[in-house]
Design a protein around this ligand. Structure first.
Ligand code: SF4
Length: 331
């Protein structure tokens, strides 16, 4: 099937740091599956990173490079999907500006992540215009490619709903240019971090794709387990053990069944249990880690692939902007 005859999807990752196992299992693996079914656009959102990291922008280019390597190492194929960097396509900024003219601020203030992030990231001032407008920039990112669908987790649905509202308002005020993209809902596995909370770089509890398998193993060795299991002879409960949460993803069924049984009667200790987990994680990520190492040594190839993707994306964005300017009387 040609790209033109397939439905189009778009998704991105913010350049706020390296990607971790949660990003890989939650989003990247899914994108890899989707890249043949859809005309797929995947990008690194470096401008989005600025909305919360505007005081330290110097880290963003390095994060962008690392994420592009992660994309390719995870299995995104530049020959089968379009990979690009947001800030290389200035048309995103133009569309964001034009959308900002008719988007009521209450639409942005009511997006749940606006308040949530302000409450969580208390070490910085997020009472900025750019932070408030972040979901609108996201709407521009999606609509400029006329994406038919967006792969999202349930927590991102309010953002997509805003995008749909913006498309409707534009089409109503001027003329019909944008489709209303649908949610391609994905059930993400729950990936526990080293401290038992959701794996996240902001919690400093993540295992990064850029780490060696030895570094990953060392982190797992100190990962929290069932807090009630203080001594080797105490029986444990895998249901409350974060390490077992990783077993559910990386360990084969037989070993998992054995651990569930033996943990409950103190037949296996956490040290031995984690040895099995480390082997499972190593098996699960060994190919990715190796591809990553090889790609990092061939940065110019990655750059070339991304340049080609960015050129293709820019072509599509420019076509849309011609329609937008005509519709708004700005041609
Ligand atoms: S034996 Fe395994 S599942 Fe049980 S508490 Fe220890 S690490 Fe968790």
């Amino acid at each position: 099937m040609t790209a033109a005859s397939r439905r189009r999807i778009l998704s991105g990752m913010q350049a706020t740091g390296r990607l971790h196992l949660g990003n890989y299992l939650g989003a990247l693996q899914n994108w890899v599956r989707l890249q043949d079914e859809y005309d797929s656009f995947f990008f690194v959102a470096d401008w989005h990173a600025l909305t919360t990291a505007y005081e330290n922008p110097s880290d963003i280019p390095a994060a962008t490079r690392e994420i592009l390597i992660d994309f390719l190492a995870a299995g995104l194929d530049p020959g089968r999907c379009t990979i690009f960097v947001q800030s290389r396509i200035l048309e995103h900024a133009e569309l964001h500006l034009l959308f900002s003219m008719f988007t009521p601020t209450p639409w942005l203030e009511r997006v749940p992540s606006y308040k949530e992030k302000q409450e969580t990231l208390t070490d910085r001032d997020l009472t900025t215009y750019g932070f408030l407008g972040y979901p609108l920039l996201q709407a521009a990112d999606i609509l400029i490619y006329k994406a038919d669908a967006v792969p999202v987790g349930i927590d991102q649905l309010p953002h997509l709903e805003l995008t749909r509202e913006v498309a409707r308002r534009f089409n109503h005020l001027y003329r019909s240019v944008f489709p209303e993209p649908e949610a391609l809902l994905t059930a993400y596995p729950k990936v526990p971090g080293l401290d038992g909370r959701k794996m996240s770089k902001s919690y400093d509890n993540a295992i990064y794709l850029s780490e060696t398998v030895e570094e990953m193993g060392a982190k797992i060795k100190v990962m929290v387990t069932d807090p009630a299991r203080k001594r080797r002879n105490d029986p444990g409960d895998p249901n409350v053990c974060p390490a077992f949460g990783l077993h559910l993803i990386f360990t084969g069924e037989d070993d998992r069944a054995m651990i569930e049984k033996e943990c409950r009667r103190a037949g296996i200790g956490c040290v031995d249990c984690k040895k099995i987990l480390i082997q499972g994680v190593e098996r699960g990520v060994a190919a990715l880690v190796e591809r990553r190492r090889s790609l990092a040594a061939r940065w110019s190839d990655v750059e070339e692939a991304v340049r080609a993707g960015t050129d293709r994306a820019r072509g599509v964005a420019r076509e849309t902007m011609v329609e937008v300017r005509e519709a708004m009387g700005l041609a």
